[in-house]
Design a protein around this ligand. Structure first.
Ligand SMILES: [Zn+2]
Length: 165
């Protein structure tokens, strides 16, 4: 018999199985059996169990304790900041919905729905902070344009964007 079939279950397999059991809808009896017998499995048995767990559907999302209450969620286009990370909420083309972009270096990358970034109305930045951030990255914090007009350079933001923070 090859050693791969007789080696006992590995620590990474145990932690993977535990995380799968957290994520998936595992029937109670199966979960009980796994917990009771897992320690004595071989790596092969563990792999088989992992395959079974991966075939199960994900648990429905349950609100976490740190989830933002729906009323507090930011819903207006603008610039927001959490712990030094800058986000921008934008409206879709038909203005029926908003989505979040995150500033990475000097570019905004797509994040998705507002709840994913846990942005609240209170995270919206002030015009003063927008000017400060624009100065720090050397471009408008809202539209990413490099500023050229003398007045814009001085205040680090263009006249259109500054009204939309
Ligand atoms: Zn701008």
């Amino acid at each position: 018999m090859g050693t791969t079939t007789t080696r006992p279950i590995s620590a990474p397999q145990i932690s993977f199985i535990n995380s799968l059991m957290d994520q998936r809808e595992v029937p109670v009896e199966l979960a009980a059996e796994i917990v009771a017998t897992m320690d004595s499995w071989t790596t092969r048995q563990a792999s088989a169990a992992i395959d079974v767990l991966k075939s199960l559907s994900y648990k429905a999302r349950t609100p976490k304790a740190d989830a933002v209450a729906e009323d507090d969620l930011a819903d207006e286009p603008g610039i927001y900041e959490i712990d030094g990370t800058v986000y921008q909420i934008k409206a879709n083309r038909s203005k029926t919905n908003v989505y979040v972009m995150k500033l990475v270096d000097t570019e905004y990358v797509y994040v998705g729905a507002v709840y994913k970034a846990k942005l609240t109305k209170a995270h919206r930045i002030t015009v003063e902070r927008a000017i400060e951030l624009s100065g720090l990255i050397g471009q408008c914090i809202r539209c990413s344009r490099v500023l050229t007009a003398e007045k814009s350079v001085r205040q680090a933001m263009g006249p259109v964007c500054i009204k939309k923070i």
